[in-house]
Design a binder for this molecule. Sequence first.
Ligand code: SF4
Length: 433
Amino acid sequence: MCGIFAVSGKENILEDLFLGAFYLQHRGQQYCGLSTWDGDSIKIRTHRGLVRATFTGDMAGMEGTMGISHTSLKDRQPLKLDSKMGEFTICFEGNLINRNEIVSELKKQGHSFYSDSDIEVVAKLVAQGDSFVDGVEKMAKKVRGAYALVLLTKGRIIAARDKYAFRPMIIGQRDGATAIASESCSFVNLGFTILRDVKPGEILEIKGSEVTTHKIIPAEFTQYCSFEWVYTANVASTIDGLSVDIARRNLGVALARRYPVKVDVVAAVPNSGIGHAIGYAQESKIPYDNVFIKYDYASRSYTQPTQEERDREAKIKLIPVPAKIKDRSVVICDDSIVRGTQMKNDLVVKLRKNGVREIHARVACPPLKAPCLYGVATRSKKELVAHEKSVEQLKEYIGLDGLAFNTLEDLGQALGRPLDQICTSCWTDVYRV
Ligand code: SF4
């Protein structure tokens, strides 16, 4: 998973570029990078670590009127290439399912590769075009999978979103400047207002603050990633017309309607369970309270690169609030259950130690049964506890007094979309792309 930001304006946009990436930090914490065009040359700088920690005090010489930036879970971006069309830098989010076939084909044509990253493949495919737009179109027709990308060349930014629209991408405008981002939460404090989402299959260009659509690659159906609304995206974002906050409340409301329970308090596994819990509390009329606090300096456990780091982060991030737990029955809302170990070894243990009377869990999405092939996380089937356990077995395994998951139908209704327009592979194990 990654965050992408691009901005073009009349004045120096470096601060916007830096903050745009900073507000997308939740989409990837391992690497970050900026690239700018100053009217003369394209500059690039990348770091391992967080945007604010690594770029503060290290942006001198990066000033420019156009730029792209990136936060990543797995590789260093942007990538810079020199091509027959001139130099360019490129950032990408997604996953190429047919990467191996494309790489073998390119090797036969004489290309060499220095990494196993998708961005290198995407950049090399784009560089084969007769123009950058043509290169992006050729790449789009060649790859199978999910992507959102921005490309910076001399005086122009090209952006593209895959034809199924798996990964989010949105355009914002401010007086004399245009930005493109993975999520609209990066716009608000920079003064950008939403112009529109990038359309499925759209290839567009930004010059100054002008946005021009060059191409729409047609698709038979869309596959908006449902998990963006359930967990991945920031709660302040609006994705493809639906507020993440409203989507999470809708999911909590659906849980309260279908699986009511008599308890003293509704609580969240913070932060991503908060919206779901508020929805549950509003619908059930049971008070919402802070049973756990997420320590501000802990990271998102789901987006850590290794299982060891995910376990460590999960263990340290939640601090129980003893006064809110003792002798009370609790329904705790979470976005999803991956391996169940965090709930079993951490959350339930902390609640029982602090004298909870009953623990019921309500989960915003159906049981996760299959890995994501479209760039969100790399889980194997055997890591997903619901793949081999029923809900009743899972309840016993975790040590809960009650457990229920939203149905797929309720998920679709909460997101306001027919199920055939959203990706549900996480839960169905059916991959349409
Ligand atoms: Fe999103 Fe899941 Fe589909 Fe991946 S498989 S795109 S996480 S809904």
